[in-house]
Ligand binder design. Structure first.
Ligand SMILES: C[S@@+](CC[C@H](N)C(=O)[O-])C[C@H]1O[C@@H](n2cnc3c(N)ncnc32)[C@H](O)[C@@H]1O
Length: 220
């Protein structure tokens, strides 16, 4: 959804962005907020110029120049499927989506963007996914307050469902990756030999004027 937007639409985009990133909410309350905005979510992302999904797809395409139509992908925090849409344009065909907001997932279903729709939350628990299922896991812009405070178990789950030699790619705003809890968790998995940071990319003005970071981990 590209184009120019009216001042009213830009104000609405701004309001909605603030509504979704408000601090002090627990995970359930955050998911409810995504339920509320699901129908207008794609338009809001276009208004604020969120390029995180496109950037993820471009980086993945650069990493996987071959076998795009055979690799299996889990898109975590799938939302309405914006990342899947961009990955599909680049030839990735086998993508499952994990997303806790039923209403967001409904939007993705309408666009037929995933093979399996998993309505679940990444948290301190085991996911209903078999070990070593995917070649790739992507995490695009998972809600800031949740992502920066995810428990270690959540990252261990991403590793568990990814095949050895596969990749986990995560992107977000730079200041999120600078938070202590998140940095400690990412480093702890590396220290324990579960994954290795293969590449770190930086892109200015990725959304709403923020700089983006993208981490690529190889699962060991
Ligand atoms: C900003 S949206 C990003 C959606 C999509 N990846 C995109 O780029 O458009 C953040 C998403 O994270 C989801 N989310 C919130 N908490 C989560 C959790 N614990 N595990 C997985 N997804 C979560 C929200 O429901 C929401 O759809």
């Amino acid at each position: 959804m590209e184009g120019t937007f009216t001042d009213e639409e830009k104000e609405e985009g701004d309001r909605c962005f603030k509504f979704l990133v408000e601090k002090g909410l627990d995970n359930d309350a955050i998911v409810k907020r995504f339920d509320c905005v699901a129908e207008k979510y794609d338009k809001i992302q276009a208004i604020i110029g969120n390029d995180l999904p496109m950037w993820m797809a471009e980086s993945l395409a650069a990493l996987y120049t071959h076998s795009r139509n055979t690799v299996s992908i889990l898109d975590v925090a799938a939302g309405t499927g914006l990342a899947s849409c961009e990955m599909r344009k680049r030839g990735f065909l086998h993508i499952d989506g994990l997303e806790p907001s039923e209403k967001m997932l409904e939007q993705a279903k309408k666009k037929n963007l995933y093979e399996r729709y998993i309505c679940d939350i990444l948290a301190d628990k085991t996911l209903d996914i078999t070990d070593d299922t995917y070649n790739i896991v992507t995490v695009v812009g998972l809600s800031s307050e949740v992502f920066s405070t995810l428990p270690t178990k959540a990252f261990e789950e991403l590793v568990r469902v990814t095949k050895s030699g596969g990749h986990i790619l995560m992107n977000h705003f730079d200041y999120i990756f600078q938070r202590d809890d998140l940095r400690a968790n990412l480093a702890s998995l590396e220290d324990r030999g579960q994954w290795k940071l293969e590449d770190k990319q930086i892109k200015p003005d990725i959304a709403h004027g923020f700089t983006g970071h993208l981490h690529i981990y190889k699962v060991l």
